[in-house]
Design a protein around this ligand. Structure first.
Ligand SMILES: Nc1ncnc2c1ncn2[C@@H]1O[C@H](COP(=O)(O)OP(=O)(O)OP(=O)(O)O)[C@@H](O)[C@H]1O
Length: 261
């Protein structure tokens, strides 16, 4: 996944972005950000630091919010949220293909559902799917459009730890196949390290920290280099790393690893 070239025209270019909701002060204060085609960027930041505001700006979902600046994104952008946002009155396949204007929409939807491990569930209703399956369907709905940019706002935030790990593997695999640029908002430092090519930290309405993840191959929380990176990112976030705490009780972390890519 990290095989992008910096000199390529960026998939995302943000220059001097300002956003504010009231006169009390800006949420984004002159933010600059480039994301290369195919690059997977995780976005960390304290609660209220403006992560969702940035993502919504890139998605064009911030109409009515005061602001200035320049945003360039590709034509095909898909968004995934923490909740699947499947329409309860439509079957899974119809949710996946909703708004897709293509003669082969149904076949593409079926293929996307197969890719996310939901083959055979095309005619199910959303309420018949588990939370993890609903997020799989949401991923299928975004990927069926073959996006050049995938924006994901804590897509696994509501899932249990084991389902999350499975979703990490699935997302990596899908990204390797489809090669979208990705901006993933997450609170989970381990999730960021496991998944991303690059991690950025938002603070004060700008990108405060921006680093490539140099870990190769299998990324495991047991790897000392992983632990060092986690400690550095937690410190950027103003949090102490309680690395010695019991698994699952660490601040901003969970057990996770990814297979070599
Ligand atoms: N629609 C809105 N109206 C008024 N203020 C808002 C609105 N949306 C966000 N804000 C404010 O903007 C700031 C940034 O919010 P945002 O949701 O972007 O932060 P975040 O980093 O995604 O937070 P979290 O990690 O808690 O989800 C917060 O102070 C929030 O209260």
């Amino acid at each position: 996944m990290a095989s992008y070239a910096r000199e390529l025209t960026p998939a995302v270019k943000v220059q001097n972005l300002h956003r504010s909701f009231n006169e009390a002060g800006g949420v984004l204060n002159g933010l600059d950000l480039d994301i290369a085609p195919g690059e997977f960027v995780a976005l960390l930041g304290r609660s209220g630091s403006g992560k969702s505001t940035l993502l919504r700006s890139l998605a064009g979902l911030d109409r009515g919010v005061a602001g200035t600046g320049r945003i360039e994104v590709p034509e095909k952008v898909s968004v995934v949220f923490q909740d699947s946002r499947l329409l309860p009155w439509k079957r899974v396949l119809d949710n996946v293909t909703l708004g897709l204007r293509a003669d082969d929409a149904a076949q593409r939807g079926e293929k996307a559902l197969e890719e996310v491990g939901l083959a055979g569930r095309e005619r199910a209703w959303p309420h018949e799917l588990s939370g993890g399956e609903q997020q799989r369907a949401a991923l299928a709905r975004s990927l069926v459009r073959d996006p050049q940019l995938l924006l994901a706002d804590e897509p696994f935030g509501a899932l249990d730890a084991l389902t999350r790990i499975r979703m990490h593997t699935l997302l990596r695999t899908l990204c390797e196949v489809h090669q979208p640029a990705v901006l993933l908002v997450t609170h989970d430092v381990d999730e960021a390290i496991v998944l991303a090519d690059r991690v950025i930290v938002l603070d004060g309405g700008v990108v405060r920290h921006d680093a490539q993840i140099e870990l190769d191959g299998r990324r495991s929380v047991a790897d000392p280099a992983f632990a060092r990176l986690r400690a550095r990112l937690l410190s950027e976030l103003g949090v102490e790393d309680d690395h010695d705490a019991a698994p699952g009780r660490r601040t901003g972390s969970h057990l996770g690893e990814r297979a070599a890519s």
